[in-house]
Design a protein around this ligand. Structure first.
Ligand SMILES: NC(=O)c1ccc[n+]([C@@H]2O[C@H](COP(=O)([O-])OP(=O)(O)OC[C@H]3O[C@@H](n4cnc5c(N)ncnc54)[C@H](O)[C@@H]3O)[C@@H](O)[C@H]2O)c1
Ligand SMILES: O=P(O)(O)OC[C@H](O)CO
Length: 351
């Protein structure tokens, strides 16, 4: 079956046409940015990837590889990379933000003046900003001044190495404007990447950020040698606290049983590829934060977001006991085994 032909014949919401997406730019050539650029290229889009380092840009354009982030993966011939964001962004109508949550504000401050005001912005980052406690799409609105309806969030069970290897997965494109969500959905869909739309941006962003914290805890349990009952308890109670905060902040509770909630939570917790899982496993084995950082190398968002999510929960009076304990392990030198004991000693309650 010719997936491209099928997709181009699929009717879109009123007012949205496939021809609306001509050129895509992905800002950030790390693990997910490079993979997402491949997804777009394999969906038939013209894509430029923007890297910080010249050697990364050259490797992508000339040798079709990004060995630091995606070893063993051959990138599409048509995918080119540059370090010149201004040149890449000229005339781009789909701009994908693929940098870590805690640097997004600074990165965007540099790029904001280069964006076409009519461009669709796509946020890939899964975190909550320290200090401001903003979700990523809120940071984008604040820095660029674009309306919420121009920003889509892509999230779900999306471990980059598996997608780069073209293993089938689904994802969610969330935007308050359903037509914009459909536009992005059709721009990224390909034979191995199946996006669903959602208008619950709050729930999708919170799901993506909170699952990283629970995956850190899951990694800790692995490092401590704990078994499947303990892990299932963690995932289930982790989902409960994710939904509790989400509902308080106005999310649709159904989001948390979908791809952006349970789907991503299960994938990230269980996967030995997850940077959050790996990081937590090192802490569980007794390594220091610095040693876990060295072993993980790439961004493990939960390490910082555990604090911002804890603060958000406290601000809204929502109980998030697992998040509280992950923050104490990561930043207050509490041993993971002590954190488990404290969780097990809480007052008994109804489910
Ligand atoms: N890797 C995945 O499987 C995956 C999947 C879904 C979502 N995400 C999310 O996407 C976002 C990006 O993740 P990633 O996996 O590409 O991360 P990464 O660590 O692999 O790469 C980060 C990229 O951001 C760039 N960058 C720009 N400014 C930076 C700065 N000031 N500090 C550090 N890096 C800077 C780096 O050069 C690098 O290209 C994260 O929020 C992550 O949670 C990742
Ligand atoms: O490798 P992680 O832990 O950042 O997780 C990657 C993705 O968010 C999984 O969906």
């Amino acid at each position: 079956m010719d997936v491209e032909a099928v997709l181009s014949e699929t009717p879109l919401a009123k007012g949205v046409r496939m021809t609306d997406i001509k050129r895509a730019v992905v800002l950030g050539a790390g693990s997910w940015g490079t993979t997402f650029a491949k997804v777009l290229a394999d969906a038939g889009r013209e894509v430029t990837l923007v890297a910080r380092r010249v050697e990364v840009a050259e490797a992508v354009t000339e040798r079709h590889v990004n060995p630091d982030y995606l070893p063993g993966i051959r990138l599409p011939d048509g995918l080119s990379a540059t370090t010149d964001a201004a040149d890449a962004l000229a005339g781009a109508d789909l701009v994908v933000l693929a940098v870590p949550s805690q640097t997004l504000r600074q990165n965007l401050t540099d790029w904001a003046g280069l964006l076409d005001p009519s461009a669709t912005l796509v946020s890939l980052a899964k975190g909550i900003e320290l200090g401001t406690l903003r979700r990523m799409s809120e940071v984008v609105v604040e820095v660029t001044g674009v309306p919420e309806s121009s920003i889509a969030v892509v999230t779900g069970p999306n471990l980059a190495p598996e997608i780069a290897d073209e293993q089938p997965t689904a994802s969610v494109v969330a935007c308050v404007d359903p037509a914009r969500a459909e536009l992005v959905q059709h721009a990224v869909a390909n034979r191995y990447f199946r996006p669903y739309t959602n208008v619950d941006v709050v729930g999708c962003e919170l799901g993506g950020a909170i699952k990283n914290v629970i995956a850190l805890a899951y990694g800790m349990l692995t490092g401590l040698g704990m078994g499947d009952n303990t892990k299932a308890t963690l995932v289930t109670r982790g989902l409960a606290e994710m939904a509790r905060l989400g509902e308080k902040l106005g999310a649709d509770s159904r989001t948390f049983s979908g791809l952006a909630g349970l789907g991503d939570l299960v994938a990230t917790c269980a996967s030995p590829l997850s940077r959050n899982h790996i990081f937590g496993e090192h802490l569980g084995r007794g390594d220091s934060l610095a040693a876990a950082q060295r072993a993980t190398r790439q961004t493990a968002e939960g390490v910082k977001s555990c604090r911002s999510i804890r603060d958000l929960a406290r601000r809204y009076g929502v109980e998030m006991p697992i998040t509280e304990q992950v923050e104490r392990v990561c930043h207050e030198n509490v041993p993971p085994r002590v954190a488990v004991t404290e969780l097990m000693s809480r007052d008994l309650s109804a489910e």
